[in-house]
Design a protein around this ligand. Structure first.
Ligand code: SF4
Ligand code: SF4
Length: 462
């Protein structure tokens, strides 16, 4: 149904009154028309039952209807209908959404929330009504970060200061720095001093079981090169011939989620051209990138590359998903530690991958995996969210750390760049000894017996 056609109006006094009460009477006047890119039928899937609210991190923290999925769907639909003006208040409630998709997992009616908020944000950007960030931040997020080499060189001074003065070198200057810059510096892990350049081709160890191509990511590759190195080596160890296409680029997730659709499409097109399709799988170890790569059919819809986008997306596998399907060879070394696992939103909610990382970690001898309460609640990283909404990001980061500390774990594993940064930042304020790592790092340590992190024991089999 297109905008302007007649629509069924759901009369739901509870939600309407709650939202209207919080918005005030001025918000009930007709507003700006927006929403041409949204399939209006998707709004109608929401029966306003409210079962999603308890899963929504912002509702858990604030307890307000407009900061719940149901409230946001109501707001977006009201704006599209012209019943609610798109004022700063409405934009703020929508900007506070992490796009974590926990509401999709919780919704019994199958509401595709991502298909509503993402095109809605894209149109806000298109009409110049989106979030207004400083120019330098926009340049950093959308020009520098998507380029691995630019990111590497932009961090050159930070690498130097970390090496000379330590990880907290910036703290004496904190009062003089703008908030956003201070947040960026606080979240950075110890940076690798060398740039890891994976070989374009690596042979399998032993008989070949599969041929795969590995996606590296952009910021991820610069901040966590050891994760990509462990992934390539682990895949070789598991009998895979590994290709790393050298012309691959950023997946476009940052642009897509911020509503910059054209830029996301250009990046998607370059990846579709860079990756061969005569492989068994395109492997990705980053939850956020993985969900965007699997969505290329949709990202590229309406472009000349739409079909190639679908073919590409059909080949994409999260590394855990792939290793379990390959029948993982159990590692030969043990890790006698207690560990826990945090579900990255774009792995558990967007890709429905929950058991596979746990299954793999449980194959490590002597590693005791303990459950993490609220493991599926977002840690507050959410792409660039910790830069654009630092207050809520911090609340969620600290909430996550409380839960982790209660497990008594010596290690916490999670499979997303933002989660690794966010959890390490707040956890290490209280417990710097806890190992924060990607599951493939632990798996590779247990396969080769080499321990990259001080304090983590490794046991040698008899
Ligand atoms: S999104 Fe789903 S769970 Fe939430 S109110 Fe709508 S129908 Fe209910
Ligand atoms: S995507 Fe996450 S933050 Fe946004 S409404 Fe859904 S559960 Fe809440």
């Amino acid at each position: 149904m297109s905008l302007g056609q007649s629509r069924s109006v759901v009369s739901l006094p509870t939600v309407e009154n709650a939202v209207a009460g919080q918005l005030g009477p001025s918000a009930r006047t007709p507003g700006q028309r927006i929403g041409r890119g949204i399939d209006y039928e998707l709004f109608l899937d929401c029966v306003h039952c409210g079962l999603c609210t308890a899963a929504c991190p912002t509702f858990l923290e604030l307890g307000t209807e407009m900061d719940s999925p149901r409230g946001r769907i109501y707001l977006m639909r009201g704006v599209v209908d012209g019943r609610i003006p798109l004022d700063d208040q409405v934009r703020h409630h929508l900007a506070l959404c992490l796009d974590c998709r926990a509401c999709e997992s919780a919704c019994p009616s199958g509401v595709q929330y991502g298909r509503l908020i993402e095109p809605f944000r894209a149109e806000l950007q298109e009409f110049g009504l989106g979030e207004r960030w400083p120019r330098w931040l926009q340049a950093l997020l959308f020009q520098v970060f998507p380029r691995r080499r630019w990111t590497w060189w932009s961090l050159y001074p930070v690498r130097f200061f970390q090496r000379v003065f330590g990880l907290d070198w910036w703290k004496p200057l904190a009062g003089m720095l703008p908030n956003t810059l201070r947040n960026m510096l606080a979240v950075l892990p110890p940076l690798a001093q060398r740039y890891y350049r994976p070989p374009a081709w690596s042979p399998p160890h032993g008989p070949r079981r599969a041929r795969v191509a590995v996606f590296l990511g952009c910021v991820h590759h610069v901040l966590f090169p050891q994760v990509n190195e462990a992934t390539v080596r682990l895949l070789q160890f598991q009998g895979c011939e590994v290709l790393v296409p050298q012309r691959q680029v950023c997946c476009g997730a940052l642009h897509y989620h911020a509503g910059h659709l054209r830029a996301a499409q250009q990046l998607a097109q370059r990846n579709v051209e860079a990756f061969p399709l005569d492989v068994d799988a395109i492997i990705v170890n980053i939850a956020g990138c993985g969900s965007t790569l699997k969505d290329y059919g949709h990202v590229l819809a309406g472009t000349p590359c739409a079909e190639q986008g679908q073919a590409f997306a059909a080949k994409v596998r999260d590394v855990h998903e792939f290793l379990v399907s390959l029948d993982f060879y159990p590692p030969g070394f043990g890790l006698p530690i207690q560990a826990t696992y945090h579900d990255a939103c774009h792995l558990c909610h967007a890709q429905q991958i929950r058991q596979q990382p746990r299954q793999l970690l449980q194959q490590i001898q002597e590693l005791k995996l303990v459950p993490l309460s609220e493991s599926e609640v977002c840690c507050g990283a959410a792409g660039s969210y910790n830069l654009t909404q630092p207050e809520m990001a911090e609340r969620l980061g600290r909430r996550k750390v409380e839960q982790i500390l209660q497990t008594g774990a010596q290690a916490v594993f999670t499979a997303n760049t933002g989660c690794l940064l966010q959890i390490r930042r707040y956890l290490h304020e209280q417990a710097p000894h806890i190992w924060v790592a990607h599951p493939v790092e632990a798996l590779w340590v247990a396969c080769n017996g080499h321990v990259p992190y001080r304090g983590i024991p490794v046991s040698v089999p008899d």
